[in-house]
Write a protein that binds this ligand. Sequence first.
Ligand SMILES: [Zn+2]
Length: 483
Amino acid sequence: MSEDTSLSSVANDRLVIGKTIRSLRKKSGLTLQQVADELERAVSYVSGIENGKRDVKVAELHTFARLFGVDVDSMLKPEALDSRAGLEVEWERIQNGPLYSQLGLPRLAARKTLSDDALTALIGLHAELENMHRRRAATPEEARRANTALRARMRNQGNYFAELEQLARDLHRAIGHEQGPLSQRLAAELAQQLGFTLHYVGDLPPMTRSVTDAKYMRIFLPRQAGNDPRTVLLQALAAHALGVAEITHYEDFLWHRVRINYLAGALLIDETSAVDFLAKAKDQRQLAVEDLRDHYAVTYETAAHRFTNLATQHLDIPVHFLKANSAGTVYKAYENDGVLFPSDPLGAVEGQTVCRKWSARQVFKEEDRLTPFHQYTDKPNGTYWCTSKIESTPTGTFSLSVGTPFDHVKWFRGRETTRRGASSCPDEGCCRLAPVELSHKWEGKVRSQAMMNTALLAAMPRNATPGVDEGDLLDFLEQHEPR
Ligand SMILES: [Zn+2]
């Protein structure tokens, strides 16, 4: 239950006791007057207790118990209420709760004329209303707030997690891996070391990347696992190594996923050798994300992500990272270099549109997708240098950009680029308004249907894996249950 209801729980306890006393009194055939006489109180005093408006003193409880021929403990148990009294208490609780109060409806006393069926129906409707509110609270708005909070958290620690680096080192040690690229064979050995067998199947439930069965210690992986099959396996192992997370809010879910991805990245690119590798490149003023990618045989996205983990902590370079599709929609964003990402009024960046003049958009115009793309962009709060790369994944084609403020570009290969842009976004006049003559030409004659961005619409389901149907998942495990 929410905190709001606990505020009224004292009143509810009083009501439960009061109702219990009333029902026991009626069972024993005593009148209010008789009980009042026993307590040496007025009738109104006793009815105040029965209506939950007055606290019962311990001595009085004992008197009631004696009068009704029961013991005090049994009077304090909620089961002591008969079903009618239970309905009345529940209805009272509902009317004291925050949801009912917000509706501005009149209070409805549970008089005798209100039938049990009517009370049951009211309580049932309220429960469903509460449910709908809970589900609605977990929709895009909460997701966007959670993303914003998460990005602030990551910015504060420079996207570096010392304890996960340590955990990656421990796991490497367990398979005798010191440093350098992690082969497919070693990744499989890590699975074995952790007690898992691997199963490649063609029928993974929709929207899942892998399924871990902790009952029989099996990991199910897709037969075709995207650009780097190690990533999917290492994410499953990372999730296992990190243990079950307490997930009650969308932010917990995102935080857990960030940690899983981080650990998987740290397993693919170990900190010690990567810092060595990057420090040398910095000395030679030849820092390049693609070198990290090639050295560790990982995807560009993994390399870029890992670069942001280590750049500030070990190289004193503030950076930003951006993953966007060809329409400029942001899928992932990180910065600790002050770059201004597009954002909505809640501060959410995911789902927003990147300035057309940024390299994240400009790179899509290039026919040559092998040569690294570099660009200086004058932005409202300074000049940034960015390098962007287009990568196709099973879920689409994205541009992946890593950038840094002008003062730090001297360490990077590609700083000599002559490509320059200027952006005044979020100023509308920058790139959002179409040229006047084109607007006139097409005015009122254009329709298009936007594709849904499912990740942003995903509500927080009960099983804590947004987008995955729990029924599908359990069916899958049933079908693969060993005989
Ligand atoms: Zn712009």
